[in-house]
Design a protein around this ligand. Structure first.
Ligand SMILES: Cc1cc2nc3c(=O)[nH]c(=O)nc-3n(C[C@H](O)[C@H](O)[C@H](O)COP(=O)(O)O)c2cc1C
Length: 372
């Protein structure tokens, strides 16, 4: 595409305290390269390279809160403890020096398994001791466990602000802890954290958002990432109608989330095609329409294949951005997150801006072996 054709991606974005030079967000991507849970100069250089390459907002790889068994792989970084936080301070300082903006994605992996088969020393925890419907794993959380978890999210967010980050993202997607509360198949609780409706099962997430908001104050941008699909079941859906979607998302916005990061594996897939057709609004489009919040879309931008297949070894070719531009021009969502294309091309944003489509590489999962 020519330079001017992608202008929409390079419009600044300002709403409240969120002020970005353009609409391109680096999607959070776990790299499992933090020895003892601590990031260092390698991660600082990796993220700073994307800032230099023109990304408007960088979201870090998932980084876990202070709970036993909050991570499912040993190379996942902590977002707690003096040494780990000092490592993250080095990252945000490097990103700022390169002219970028960044927030950590704070995370608890719930009852999920990592890819390496590693097991934490203590039992994993989740709403009902289930990793997936009919798949018991670890223990069901007590109310005290939940209160401690909510408080740990809030401490992590306060630390993000104190270290100088520009925002913080709560990971509420993809079948991890918070999503295991949303999902009927893994939340069988009979207390106030469970219930037959998605509105009831949103309570735990809303408590996390409210506690985080209280910890960071009114003027620090707060993002929550959400998905209908789960790693345990790509066809799972939390909301099958716009009313259900409003019941899911509205409490999160009311609790203090400014931005909904709506994760899809392919951004062009319509959320409710039975209502607005095959070219209809995607998840971020509906979330924006229903709540009025800022939304981020994501999923296979600039690539021929989607990311879960990439974990199975599939390579992707670089593709055009016409569909993305068309959707952004109709103001369907505000920001677009780019994942794998930014691993292959740290300067993806700058190349797109310059109209250098030929210079863009596709994605080869082999590139995940190194942090470059
Ligand atoms: C290597 C890798 C690690 C990922 N880790 C995370 C993560 O820690 N948190 C998260 O919310 N999503 C994670 N994702 C999903 C991405 O944020 C993104 O939603 C997905 O890759 C789709 O975007 P893409 O098609 O542009 O790559 C990961 C994806 C990849 C490829």
């Amino acid at each position: 595409m020519t330079q001017s054709a992608t202008d929409i991606l390079f419009q600044p974005y300002k709403r409240g305290a969120l002020e970005l030079a353009n609409r391109i967000v680096m999607a959070p991507m776990t790299r499992t390269m933090a020895p003892d849970g601590i990031v260092g100069p390698d991660q600082a250089a990796y993220y700073a390279r994307r800032a230099e390459g023109g990304v408007g907002l960088i979201l870090s790889e998932g980084t876990v809160i202070d709970r036993p068994a909050s991570r499912n792989e040993p190379g996942i970084p902590f977002f707690h403890g003096e040494a780990a936080l000092a490592g993250w301070k080095g990252v945000i300082d490097a990103v700022h020096a390169a002219g970028g903006r960044m927030g950590p994605q704070i995370w608890h992996t719930g009852a999920t398994r990592g890819m390496s088969g590693w097991e934490p020393e203590v039992d994993v925890e989740s709403p009902s001791g289930l990793n997936a419907p009919g798949e018991p794993r670890g223990k069901a959380m007590s109310e005290e466990d939940i209160a401690d978890t909510v408080a740990a999210f809030a401490r992590a967010a306060a630390d993000a602000k104190r270290l100088g980050f520009d925002t913080v993202e709560i990971h509420g997607a993809h079948g991890y802890l918070i999503d295991q509360f949303f999902w009927e198949g893994t939340n069988r609780r009979e207390d106030r954290y469970g219930g037959a409706t998605i509105g009831e099962r949103s309570r735990m997430a809303a408590e996390v958002v409210a506690a985080v908001r209280a910890a960071i104050g009114p003027d620090f941008p707060l993002i929550i990432r959400l998905s209908q699909w789960k790693q345990q079941d790509y066809t799972a859906r939390l909301a099958t109608t716009p009313d259900e979607m409003a019941a899911w998302l509205q409490p999160l916005v009311e609790a203090g989330a400014d931005v909904l990061h709506c994760s899809q594996r392919r951004f062009w897939e319509p959320e409710f095609p039975e209502i607005d057709g095959a070219e209809g609004l995607n998840f971020a489009g509906w979330a924006k329409k229903l709540t009025g919040a800022t939304t981020i879309s994501v999923g296979s931008v600039g690539l021929s294949g989607e990311f879960m297949a990439a974990f199975g070894g599939e390579t992707s070719k670089a593709t055009g951005l016409e569909q993305l531009v068309a959707r952004m021009e109709r103001d369907e969502f505000d920001l677009i997150a780019v994942g794998r294309a930014l691993i292959s091309n740290p300067d993806w944003a700058a190349r797109v801006r310059a109209g250098d489509a030929e210079g863009l590489k596709g994605f080869d999962p082999a590139s995940l072996a190194e942090l470059v």
